[in-house]
Design a protein around this ligand. Sequence first.
Ligand SMILES: Nc1ncnc2c1ncn2[C@@H]1O[C@H](COP(=O)(O)OP(=O)(O)O)[C@@H](O)[C@H]1O
Ligand SMILES: [Mg+2]
Length: 415
Amino acid sequence: MPRGQRDAHDRDVVRVLLVLASGTYKAADFLVAASSLSAEVVVVSDHLLAVPAEGRALTVDLDDPDAAAATIAAFAADRPVDAVVAADDRGVVAAAVAARRLGLAHNPPAAVAATRDKAAQRRALTAAGRAQPRWRLARAADDVEALAAQVGFPCVVKPVSLSGSRGVIRADDATAALVATARIRGILAVANADPFGPILVESFVPGGEVAVEALLRGGELTVLAVFDKPDPLDGPYFEETIYVTPSRLPPATLATVERAAAAAAAALGLVEGPVHAELRVDGDRVVVLELAARTIGGLCARTLRFGAGISLEEVVLHAALGRPLDGLCREVAASGVMMLPIPRSGVLDGVGGVDAARAVPGVVGVELSIPPGRRVWALPEGDRYLGFVFARGATPAAVEQALRTAHAQLDVRIR
Ligand SMILES: Nc1ncnc2c1ncn2[C@@H]1O[C@H](COP(=O)(O)OP(=O)(O)O)[C@@H](O)[C@H]1O
Ligand SMILES: [Mg+2]
């Protein structure tokens, strides 16, 4: 039942469906944000999460978006739903299909699906004439060495479906591209993806990297924050570490970055909801690496506060409910996060120095996300961060320094 067709009994209940895939870092932050809305929250997940009360959880197969949307529509038949919001990539297509069925503002499911497939994304950006790396798609029978030579060296070889830099490898010559491809096929097998599926071979775009957090409403993109990634990301593996906002790029470059992100979102056909874009800035040249129809990954959104202190998740939920967000601005302070890399594969014995890291001036939080005793993998095989350090300060430089100082206090013991 679409908005506006409610019966008298239900008129006052605002109901939000949160699509939370198993393993998402963002479940708690979206649940906290939803609880501030005075809305009824229904958790939609691919496994049974601990939810407060009966009738407030739906278990669906997020990898079958049509079936998931059918389950959601059946639920909504007697309990009208006002918004369907996915926390992570794995839920975005199901959320888009469900929102379309329910007559809510939504992204075209095909546009969202393209954000989850790096080859489909490259095709859409090519069709729209947007700047991006030169690219070739290597299918199982293709000659990877020849395709790599076509894009030029160094190149980057990557799976089309994974995230968090998993399986993303720089190759400096044809042999290295072949070796990287074999390694990626092994990673795909472990990730339960098709090990013989297509692999993307791209030209390596040099330069600094930035991330753009933005919100689309009715096709209009508003940039909420731009993060610099001050650690060089030159490979051979691309460990994401420090993100700091506001960006220290000159205003003219930032304007180009924002336009490029908006154009990429439009090229993909996205019109509603959060956008996380990653771009490279090489002098005057701005190149979109990729764009996702979700908020920033991991716990990194905790760096952002808007207006009177509202979170990014609250902004996203307000937008999904069609509520006004006029003139929304990020706070004045600089803020940042360091995603703690896993230095090598093994068994995590523990992390020392956490109290010392927390005591570093400017540090506002240290959160470890892997318990001791677990097996951990370094990139390119790895798929989790060890944890997150958060800092705030008067300037981006001070925040970056606080994050580096805190990281130096940590003693990561891997057996
Ligand atoms: N063509 C490229 N040129 C330079 N760096 C790249 C390229 N492709 C990927 N990278 C680096 O690898 C990181 C991860 O790659 P990306 O395509 O964003 O995959 P993921 O979904 O794993 O984040 C990027 O943030 C960037 O630092
Ligand atoms: Mg990325």
